[in-house]
Write a protein that binds this ligand. Structure first.
Ligand code: GDG
Length: 495
């Protein structure tokens, strides 16, 4: 197997300065890291990314943080201005909201694109510096869609076995994508990869539709498995590869004594109540206010739920430096205050709210203790929390209420209760149905979901992506030979 080089905006940990020459290292939050880290840890390779601090990267803390990683870490540095314009700017004020169908949240500031390109070029340079012929380059996510183009401008890809990309977030439909001022430049850049992976059939379909309508010189050739796009004398493959979780590690983690104890303790805190769980990074795409409003509506309309359910909402701080995220936190705080103020009694508080990440054992204990998971993003690439919840339901019960707009809905719909996250009343009714669901129905539904989460786990995801890339690599070496012949022919004509 060729050496794997993973490239993502962030490394799996963040460095933070807490004084002169004093640094903290914290594991990075989020789905990409949860999924990719166990894979690199198991098979080795290289991870190229940014450690989360603007300016120079201190050597010693970095070496310390990566000593036992099991893979090589190559840091990329960003200046403050680049962080603001590339990361907070183009990536998180343009692409993130647009790709989650929230175009009103976009700030299409013209200067951001230049910074996006330049930082992507920096990542391309890092790849050039540390890659060898036949390496498998796997670029991740929406921050780095320009990397292949930057590499081709540096005439590198011939030496690589495959230049591949996976998008962790959704790809929007044409009507939304077409609002992007750089729509053509972005699609052209994406088409410089050899293989493009999306989370769901829906995302792949949206992408192909945008290619058809925006890139008049590209031709989409439908195939049964990987779709083929012919563009500028090259063939690009595109497919859907739903990301999974390390099922066994969640399941076995949930079975440990310490998690069992913590879970029992949590249950004991709320006797006679069913526990409903929500856990998300702080993000407006996750539908947290809508969920809280649905919970409030359920308590208002269905008095039988009062004193009988508790919503445990964990919000993991994320991008808090961005004013919109800060304001958004204020909205959540106010809603929680409103619900608790209106409904709590001397012995019962309807919402337990944590604005912090739980450590892994606590997270697993919550998955194990809560009878209902309430996961309602307005739109989500996949949503790993939904799958992790199923993996931790080791007794085979538990109800998953899931947004129909989460990528996970495509795989989990045989067992999940799907809801429209914009429909507060429907979500409230679903809470009541979940609360009343018979044990037999719970178990039957959970069995189906656990099967999918177990079979289509993160290793299955990596294997299917790498296999698709490997097929391509053998084709692309033939293609390169063909390209070389063409070049020789052109040189002969010139001379
Ligand atoms: C992006 C896409 C896609 C959550 N709370 C705690 C905690 N977590 C961990 C979960 C999970 C991860 O964070 C969140 O992953 P998601 O998939 O739910 O969401 P994003 O971070 O937005 O991820 C998403 C994903 O990439 C992968 O492709 O599914 O659609 O947006 O793994 O376990 N971890 C700890 N404490 C918490 O309180 N330790």
């Amino acid at each position: 197997m060729n050496r794997l080089i993973v490239v993502s905006n962030r490394l799996p940990f963040a460095l933070d300065s807490i004084g002169e020459d004093l640094w903290t290292v914290t594991p990075a939050a989020g789905g990409l890291v949860s999924a990719v880290e166990p894979v690199l840890r198991e098979r080795g390779g290289t991870w190229i990314g940014w450690p989360g601090i603007a300016g120079e990267i201190p050597k010693e803390p970095l070496a310390e943080a990566t000593r036992d990683a099991g893979y090589q870490v190559v840091p990329v540095s960003l200046s403050e201005e680049e962080r603001d314009e590339f990361y907070y700017g183009y990536s998180n004020e343009v692409i993130w909201p647009l790709f989650h169908d929230l175009q009103n949240f976009c700030n299409f500031e013209p200067g951001y694109w230049q910074a996006y390109r330049e930082v992507n070029e920096r990542y391309a340079d890092a790849i050039l510096r540390c890659s060898q012929p036949d390496d498998f380059i796997w670029v991740h996510d929406y921050h780095l869609m320009y990397v292949a183009q930057a590499l081709r401008e540096r005439s590198m890809p011939q030496k690589l076995s495959a230049l591949t990309f996976f998008l962790h977030i959704p790809f929007p439909p044409y009507d939304i994508f077409t609002k992007l001022p750089q729509q053509q430049r972005l699609l052209r850049a994406l088409l410089q990869f050899d293989l493009l992976g999306f989370q769901t059939r829906r995302d792949l379909r949206n992408f192909l539709q945008c290619v058809r309508r925006v890139m008049s010189d590209a031709k989409v050739v439908p195939r049964r498995e990987l779709q083929v796009i012919r563009f500028e004398k090259r063939e690009i493959r595109a497919g859907h590869f739903p990301i999974g979780i390390d099922f066994d590690s969640f399941e076995s983690g949930a079975k440990t004594e310490v998690v069992a104890q913590k879970s029992q303790q949590l249950r004991g805190t709320f006797p006679d109540c069913q526990l409903i769980m929500g856990t998300d990074r702080l993000d407006y795409s996750k539908g947290i206010p809508e969920r809280l409003r649905a919970f409030r509506d359920a308590l208002e309309r269905y008095p039988e739920l009062r004193g009988r359910v508790v919503l445990i909402q964990v919000v993991v701080p994320s991008r808090v430096e961005i004013p919109r995220y800060h304001e958004f936190k204020g909205r959540i705080d106010r809603l929680v205050g409103d619900i608790n103020g209106r409904f709590s009694t001397g012995t019962w508080f309807p919402v337990q709210y944590h604005f912090r990440g739980l450590d892994r054992e606590d997270l697993l204990a919550h998955y194990r203790a809560c009878e209902i998971a309430f996961i309602t993003p307005l739109k989500d690439g996949m949503n790993l929390v939904a799958k992790e919840y199923c993996a931790c339901r080791i007794n085979g019960d538990g109800v998953l209420i899931l947004s129909q707009f989460a990528g996970a809905a495509e795989q989990l719909k045989p067992g999940a209760m799907l809801v429209n996250p914009y429909d507060v009343e429907q979500m409230a009714d679903t809470i009541l149905k979940a609360f009343r669901m018979s044990q037999a129905e719970c178990t039957a539904r959970m069995k189906r979901m656990r099967r999918v989460a177990r079979d289509e786990n993160v290793f299955w995801w990596v294997d299917s992506f790498l296999k698709a890339g490997a097929k391509l690599a053998s084709r692309s070496s033939r293609f390169t030979a063909w390209e070389r012949r063409e070049q020789r022919a052109r040189d002969t004509v010139k001379s």
